[in-house]
Write a protein that binds this ligand. Structure first.
Ligand SMILES: Nc1ncnc2c1ncn2[C@@H]1O[C@H](COP(=O)(O)OP(=O)(O)OP(=O)(O)O)[C@@H](O)[C@H]1O
Length: 759
């Protein structure tokens, strides 16, 4: 147990003692899951504090659901829990109630720091859990924090992060996405999770999945080992031993509570599920027809990618099906996502186009239909998607549109355990919208671009489906031409990118790893290698005398002058090189911590990408574009550096020797003058010596000038960018550039060390 601060509020010790005694007496045997068929158990029958019971009662939570009554008693006894129950069955309260109780019985107060953390894979779900906690915890005095900010793309979001930083030291319970939590653990000075009592993973299988596992491992490094209690909940729970090991859970001691394991179906009993066979090129017609005939319904439509969601939303806004059209996906800015979430929650007759960012955990009220236009990639995804309807005791329907080529995979290979009925579409009720789509796409450039992106991203998503269940689906055999036309495109976009998607299983594994981060890592590596080879070359080019060092420094500095905007313009590199320069200056100007950016997955996203991000929903594409330009600029820049080094190596040897000789001569003169002064000839010789040195200095200046290639006697024409003006300023710029170079190197090192988690 953590050390208690004497100033903390003393809990109602009598109540706590009584609760502890009851828990000890009433805790079920390990491995027992009570049979709850037809039994109703009230929360009040459990050894719960008055504050929790009042909170539950206040919100009309009287009787427990199956997962609640089966798992809460085990959790109250301090056991680690692996909880599995169907979607909409009340898992949120199953973990929030024991969490409140644990902290209450421990007498947790503000001074004790963070006592419990709930991790959620998405921001919307984190917000939802937070809202439930606020409601049922209203009679407790714990401080709560919701950490789920965006990517600090703009000042507002950065300010939010700073605000979070200020309040965290006094917060007892944190609800957060893994990325944001990691960001705080790494950057928030007074964050104290040393005494963490409970860690909860909602949608645990997702958080332990490829995309989040690395972050989770790094997060766990910040927590104390041993005492902590861990609760994992999901409708598609993991029992993977290596996952348990990741969390330091003793698999012999963990309590597995799977209340619906004996059910023949993995989906809610009150959910009606069906599928229809619709060729890919008719799915859009079918979707429109469906919405037109369900104007008084609330429907969520799942599509495979952000681009498809954006296209569908834009198109349907213009097609006007007759109900509110909304869209949510991972590339929307955080405020927009929250806005859409709230609007869909409160708008009864509406349709929400969504990616799988909305497939897990979200508890939108009264959803009538879940329509899957693009097939889910596996059975788990199916279960979570359809689980957005028919929640708790309400009814709902789910419809899946399957291309003939997809049918076998879903109905046979998925091993769905869901009563999926095959239905057919009434052709007389089908409306054709492809022609209207074509004219809209032709009319609106933006829609055309979205259609193209939607096409590409759909094809890519199919190509990346897991072979294990999708062996029969071959993207090359699909009627993609007709699909492109159905999106309103006049011709099928090229499919060159498919060549890169040959290793689909490998690519799938890395699908969740942040692509921008990958790019940055590669870029930093490339730059470091180039720098290294440049240094290597310099070293080889060094002559035996010290003068050569000066020469190399000068040349590198000179080469860096290519980044002067004027020079850059002359070389036709204006925008990309200027961008590169701007980014470098940005990254070097402030404290490193302020420049470490994380995306929603918690991976470091440095200024290189963020410099141009505007905060609208196109940020990812913009980021990639910038990455591309930056890459180009860097390559051109490096090319020029190498060319300049070649030229420098061809310098006139004679001129070089003369310069060295004159330096030696100057040295001798100095020595001679000093010797004469020593001999006492004070009136005359110093003057001579001074004059001689002056003369030498002028000569040096000339030699230096010509060796840097800017004097009129230089063989290099001015038009090639080495204007004398740039040389004039070279001495002062040299220092600046050296500083910048050091800054950039330091930034790169910092970025790399943060990426590796060693900062
Ligand atoms: N004991 C209860 N009494 C009445 N309603 C409840 C109770 N427990 C939960 N609910 C309600 O059931 C709905 C679903 O609960 P919850 O979101 O916790 O489900 P879930 O199992 O976490 O679903 P998912 O697997 O989709 O995340 C919510 O609207 C919640 O308010």
């Amino acid at each position: 147990m953590p050390q208690r601060n004497n100033k903390r509020k003393i809990p109602a010790q009598q109540e706590v003692a009584a609760l502890n005694a009851r828990i000890a007496a009433e805790t079920p045997e390990r491995g027992t899951v009570p049979s709850l068929k037809n039994s109703v158990i009230a929360f009040s029958s459990l050894p719960l504090s008055n504050n929790t019971l009042r909170g539950l009662e206040f919100n009309a939570y009287t009787n427990m659901t199956a997962i609640q009554s089966a798992s809460i008693p085990h959790a109250l006894a301090g056991r680690d829990i692996l909880g599995a129950a169907k979607t909409g069955s009340g898992k949120t309260l199953a973990f929030l109630v024991p969490m409140l109780e644990k902290l209450y019985r421990a007498g947790w107060s503000t001074q004790d720091g963070v006592g419990a953390i709930v991790l959620s894979p998405t921001r919307e779900l984190a917000g939802q859990i937070f809202a439930v906690l606020r409601k049922i915890g209203k009679f407790h005095s714990f401080t709560l924090g919701l950490l789920m900010g965006g990517r600090n793309k703009n000042r507002r979001e950065h300010n939010e992060f700073l605000q979070e930083q200020q309040s965290i030291p006094n917060t007892n319970i944190l609800i957060c996405t893994p990325g944001r939590l990691l960001q705080h653990l790494e950057q928030t000075p007074y964050m104290n999770a040393d005494s963490l009592q409970m860690l909860i993973l909602d949608e645990a299988d997702r958080i332990l999945d490829m995309g989040f596992r690395d972050q989770l491992v790094r997060i766990l490094d910040y927590f104390p080992a041993g005492e902590r209690q861990t609760l994992l909940y999901s409708a598609t729970q993991t029992k993977d031993v290596k996952h348990l090991a990741t969390l330091s859970i003793n698999r012999k001691k963990v309590e597995y509570v799977g209340v619906h394991d004996k059910d023949t179906e993995t989906t809610p009993n009150q959910l009606r599920q069906s599928y229809v066979i619709v060729p890919l090129e008719h799915k859009l017609n079918c979707l429109f027809s469906f919405l037109k005939s369900h104007l008084r319904s609330k429907t969520i439509v799942f599509l495979a990618s952000c681009s498809q969601v954006r296209y569908a939303w834009d198109l349907f806004c213009q097609l006007r099906p007759g109900l509110s059209v909304l869209a949510i996906h991972g590339k929307l800015s955080q405020p927009k996502r929250m806005q859409v979430y709230d609007k869909f929650t409160t708008t009864p007759h509406s349709v929400l186009f969504a990616t799988d960012v909305a497939s897990r955990g979200l508890d939108f009220p009264n959803i009538d239909w879940v329509l899957q236009v693009d097939a889910p990639e596996d059975a788990d995804m199916y279960v979570h998607r359809v689980g957005r309807t028919a929640r708790f005791q309400s009814k709902g329907q789910a419809l899946l549109l399957l291309d003939p080529a997809e049918e076998k995979s879903v109905t046979e290979n998925f091993n769905l355990k869901a009563p999926l009925k095959k239905k057919s579409i009434n052709p007389t009720k089908t409306m054709l919208v492809s022609q209207r789509a074509s004219s809209l796409v032709a009319e609106h450039g933006n829609l055309h671009l979205l259609a193209k992106k939607a096409f590409h991203s759909y094809v890519r998503s199919v190509a990346l489906l897991p072979k294990t269940v999708w062996a029969d689906l071959d993207v090359k055999k699909m009627n993609l031409e007709a699909f492109a036309l159905s999106l309103g495109l006049a011709a099928m976009p090229d499919l060159d990118f498919l060549k890169k998607v040959s290793n689909r299983d490998g690519l799938r594994e890395s699908k969740n790893v942040n692509r921008k981060l990958q790019k940055l890592k590669e870029q930093i590596k490339l730059e470091k290698e180039k720098k290294k080879s440049r240094k290597e070359k310099k070293r080889k080019a060094d002559s035996d005398d010290d003068e050569a060092d000066e020469e190399d420094d000068l040349l590198v500095v000179k080469a860096r002058h290519e980044y002067n905007e004027d020079d850059v313009d002359n070389h036709g590199l204006a925008s990309s090189a200027r961008l590169a320069k701007k980014i470098r200056i940005d990254s070097g100007n402030s404290a490193p911590q302020q420049h470490t950016k994380f995306n929603d997955d918690g991976t470091v996203q440095p200024k290189l990408v963020l410099a141009k991000e505007s905060g609208d929903d196109d940020e990812s594409e913009e980021g990639e574009e910038i990455d591309g330009k930056l890459g180009e600029a860097n390559e051109m820049y490096m090319e020029q550096v190498l060319q300049r080094l070649e030229k420098t190596r061809d310098l006139d040897k004679k001129e070089e020797r003369e310069r060295i000789r004159s330096k030696h001569k100057k040295q001798k003169m100095k020595e001679k003058a000093a010797a004469m002064a020593e001999e006492g000839d004070e009136m005359e010789e110093p003057t001579t010596a001074t004059l001689a040195v002056d003369a030498m200095e002028k000569e040096d200046a000339l030699v230096a000038s010509s060796s840097s290639g800017s004097s009129s006697s230089s063989s290099e024409p001015e038009s090639e960018g080495d204007s004398s003006s740039s040389d004039d300023s070279s001495s002062s710029d040299d220092d600046d550039d050296d500083d910048k170079s050091t800054d950039v190197a330091a930034q790169e090192d910092l970025a790399l060390s943060l990426i590796r988690g060693t900062a």
